[in-house]
Design a protein around this ligand. Structure first.
Ligand code: 13P
Length: 334
């Protein structure tokens, strides 16, 4: 394992108040997003939409890494420029989603296990040759009647740890993403409890597999009430509970914690991150973002699949990237 490369890369991804852009939506998810603006999900449309965002002026000031889907890592612009080179020219680290999605966990209705370990070492080798320097694997934990079970938490933690070690051996920084979903009517206490148990299991498994903690990025959910819960906490309570949970569970060796947005609005995701960084001035890890929807919702709406809207779409995206970078510095948006 090239420890220096892993440590340097992980630090670079979150340096100088930068965060990550997740544009690694799988085929089914990007179709759902395009359906909301009435655009057909063709390979060309996906390329045009994503490459427009990636070409935004000075994007590297706010974004340290971009998570791509397999198709995008292999794609080129109409003029032949590889998308991965466009990303590198911005001073941004290219990364790749390597999991094969959350599938039903046999015997545990409503719960999932993320698949993709089979053949992973060979896929990592190819992705490195295509220019990727980090990877992402998302485990999904569902809160419901009787769930999550310890079977689901243990199985997902084990898979995350095996993935992380395989990536580090192959030369990719693993983003370790255990997402406790916001779906449901559970309150913020339940989310906090489940997040704590999940993170404990994940770090136990990472240690058991000998993962170098200085060479990973953790991508967790914030501690937040379920989206159908009638009582929603304010940003101060979300910040306090989230950071308290992370302090209990995440070793100081981890260089960066980049939250997923998970269904929060753009404004909520930015505000919550800003309040965390304002309230906790020097946590042991960088507290940053790795947003998908919370960086793209306005930009996608602006685009509408029309070339004449590309500049407005880029501007909307850059504005979100800038606000989230400022949130990493503890600046509360006006
Ligand atoms: P959201 O920020 O839209 O939750 O997406 C982040 C992500 O990469 C989920 O795996």
């Amino acid at each position: 394992m090239d420890e220096n490369f892993l440590i340097d890369t992980a630090q670079k991804m979150v340096a100088d108040h930068r965060g990550l852009l997740a544009i690694d939506e799988s085929g089914g998810t990007i179709k759902k997003r395009f359906d909301t603006i009435g655009v057909v999900s063709t390979e060309e449309n996906r390329r045009d939409y994503r490459s427009n965002l990636l070409g935004a002026d000075d994007l590297g000031r706010y974004i340290g890494g971009v998570i791509l889907f397999d198709e995008t890592l292999r794609q080129s612009l109409a003029d032949g420029t590889k998308i991965v080179d466009l990303i590198r020219a911005q001073g941004i680290v290219p990364g790749i989603k390597v999991d094969k999605g959350a599938k039903p966990l046999a015997g545990f209705a409503g719960e999932t296990i993320t698949e993709g370990l089979d053949g992973l070492a060979a896929r990592v080798e190819e992705y490195v040759s295509l220019g990727a320097q980090f990877a992402k694997w998302r485990a999904v934990i569902h809160i419901g009647e009787g769930s999550p079970t310890s079977a689901a938490i243990t199985a997902n933690a084990h898979a995350l740890a095996r993935y992380a070690r395989i990536c580090q051996e192959g030369g990719l920084v693993p983003i370790v993403e255990p997402e406790v979903l916001m779906d449901g009517n559970h309150n913020i206490h339940t989310c906090q409890q489940v997040t704590e148990v999940t993170l404990d299991a994940v770090f136990t498994a990472l240690k058991a597999q000998g993962v170098l903690l200085e060479g990973i990025i953790l991508k967790p959910n914030m501690v937040i009430a379920g989206s159908d819960c009638p009582t929603q906490a304010g940003a101060n309570e979300i910040a306090d509970r989230t950071v308290a949970t992370l302090c209990r569970c995440v070793p100081a060796a981890v260089p960066g914690i980049t939250f997923l947005s998970g269904g929060q609005s753009e404004d909520e995701a930015t505000l919550n991150l800003a309040v965390m960084n304002e309230t906790f001035a020097s946590p042991p890890w960088k507290l940053s973002f790795s947003y998908g929807r919370a960086l793209q919702t306005s930009a996608l709406k602006m685009w509408q699949g029309k070339p004449e809207n590309e500049a407005a779409s880029r501007d909307a995206f850059l504005q979100r990237a800038r606000l989230n970078s400022q949130a990493c510095a503890g600046e509360i948006p006006a």
